[in-house]
Design a protein around this ligand. Structure first.
Ligand SMILES: [Zn+2]
Ligand SMILES: [Zn+2]
Length: 366
C-alpha cells in the first residue's frame, strides 16, 4: 500500500495549480523511470511506481482530483477495489512502453524491438548514401504461418485462460493482466505442433532493407523503422527496428557539427616565407596559399567546404590548422644555416619575444 503520509501532488513533483497536462507529463516521466521492467529486482522502485500510479489515478481524473483537493485522501473503505493499470498505461504511456511486457496491454502482443548499427564513412555522411542493411530477425514461421500448429491439424481451446489468451490477476490495489503461459497468449493449443518450428511459430529470417541517409547525417543518429523488429510468438506482429548510425574515423578529418577539421604540418621555412601547400578536402586535394609569417596553430577557414546542414542553413566550413614542424634531426649543412639564422635573429627580435623580454625585465630587472 502506498505511503499514507505523502501528498499526491508531492509524489508527482507538481504544484497544486498544475494543469492536467503537467500532471500527465510528470507521471509519464516518473513511470518511465520507476517502471518495474526498467528496475528488475528493485523493491524500492516498485513501491515508488505503485505510489505514483496511485497518485496519478487520483490526480489524473478531474472528479477524483476535485474530491481529493476538497477532502484529502480517501479512507480505506472508500478506496476503489483496484486500479486498472493496463488501461492507465495505454492512455498515458502508449507507445513509449513498447518493450514493457506486463503492463502495456495494447503493445504486449508485438514482438521485441531490434537494434542494429550501420557504419558510414565520413564521405558517405557528407554526401548522403543509400545502404542495403542485412540482418537477422525472428519472423513468423512460413510452414505454420506463425500459428505453431502443423497445417491441417486441429487445435483445442486453452484450459489455462479459457481461450482468451490472457490471465488477469490482482496485486494489492492493482489489477494486471499478462499473457497466458500455457498457450503463449494464443488462446488455443494445437494438437500437433508445427514440424518446421516445433510449435514455436517463429523462424530466423534474413532481412534486407534499403535505407537512404541524408547528406550531413550525424554520428549516433537513430533511424526508426516500424515493424522490422522481431515478430511476436503470440500474434506474429513485429516490433520495431532501430538503426544507429556510426560514422567511421577518417585518417585526416575530424568533425565538429557541420565543420570539418584537419591539421596540415608545414616546415619552419614554409611558415616563415609562405608558399603554396597541399590541403585535403572531401572532394580531393587542393592548393592553398600559406601567407608569409604564418604562426603555429593558425587556422585557415574554407567557407562552405564542410558538411551540409539540415533545414536550409549554409554548409559548414573546413578549418585547416597549421602545425609548424621543427626538425628533430638536422644535417651539418642545415645546422650551420640555422646557427647563422640564430645569430642574425638575435639582433632582430620577434614581436612576441620582445614583449616577453620587456615583461621579464619589469619583473626581475635586467
Ligand atoms: Zn511453424
Ligand atoms: Zn491460454
Amino acid at each position: 500500500m502506498a505511503n499514507p503520509g505523502r501528498d499526491y501532488y508531492e509524489q508527482l513533483g507538481v504544484g497544486r495549480e498544475a494543469s492536467a497536462d503537467e500532471i500527465k507529463a510528470a507521471y509519464r516521466r516518473l513511470a518511465m523511470q520507476f517502471h518495474p521492467d526498467r528496475n528488475p529486482n528493485d523493491p524500492t522502485a516498485e513501491q515508488k511506481f505503485k505510489e505514483i500510479s496511485e497518485a496519478y489515478h487520483v490526480l489524473g481524473d478531474a472528479d477524483r482530483r476535485t474530491q481529493y483537493d476538497r477532502y484529502g485522501r480517501m479512507q480505506p473503505g472508500q478506496m476503489p477495489d483496484f486500479i486498472d493499470v493496463s488501461e492507465m498505461f495505454d492512455s498515458v504511456l502508449g507507445d513509449l512502453l513498447s518493450s514493457f511486457t506486463p503492463f502495456g496491454r495494447s503493445r504486449r502482443n508485438v514482438g521485441q524491438d531490434k537494434r542494429i548499427e550501420v557504419s558510414l564513412s565520413l564521405v558517405e555522411a557528407a554526401r548522403g548514401v543509400e545502404k542495403t542493411l542485412e540482418y537477422e530477425r525472428a519472423a513468423p514461421c512460413d510452414h505454420c504461418s506463425g500459428r505453431g500448429g502443423e497445417p491441417g491439424s486441429a487445435s483445442d481451446p486453452c484450459g489455462g485462460c479459457g481461450g482468451s489468451g490472457e490471465v488477469r490477476y490482482q496485486q494489492g490495489l492493482f489489477r494486471l493482466s499478462r499473457a497466458c503461459a500455457k498457450c503463449e497468449g494464443r488462446g488455443v493449443i494445437p494438437r500437433t505442433p508445427c514440424t518446421a518450428c516445433n510449435g514455436v511459430g517463429l523462424a530466423k529470417k534474413n532481412e534486407k532493407l534499403v535505407l537512404s541517409f541524408p547528406a550531413g547525417v550525424e554520428d549516433g543518429t537513430v533511424r526508426h523503422v516500424r515493424s522490422y523488429g522481431d515478430a511476436s510468438r503470440m500474434t506474429g506482429a513485429s516490433g520495431d527496428l532501430e538503426i544507429i548510425v556510426k560514422i567511421a574515423a577518417h585518417p585526416l578529418f575530424s568533425r565538429e557539427g557541420a565543420d570539418l577539421l584537419c591539421v596540415v604540418p608545414v616546415s619552419f621555412p614554409q611558415a616563415a616565407l609562405g608558399g603554396m601547400i597541399d590541403v585535403p578536402t572531401l572532394d580531393g586535394r587542393v592548393k592553398m596559399r600559406l601567407p608569409p609569417g604564418t604562426q603555429p596553430g593558425h587556422q585557415l577557414r574554407m567557407r562552405g567546404k564542410g558538411l551540409p546542414r539540415f533545414g536550409g542553413y549554409a554548409a559548414g566550413d573546413q578549418l585547416v590548422t597549421i602545425q609548424v614542424e621543427v626538425p628533430s634531426e638536422v644535417s651539418d649543412e642545415q645546422r650551420a644555416l640555422i646557427e647563422r639564422l640564430a645569430v642574425t635573429m638575435k639582433e632582430d627580435l620577434q614581436p612576441q619575444q620582445k614583449t616577453f623580454l620587456e615583461k621579464l625585465k619589469d619583473l626581475f630587472g635586467s
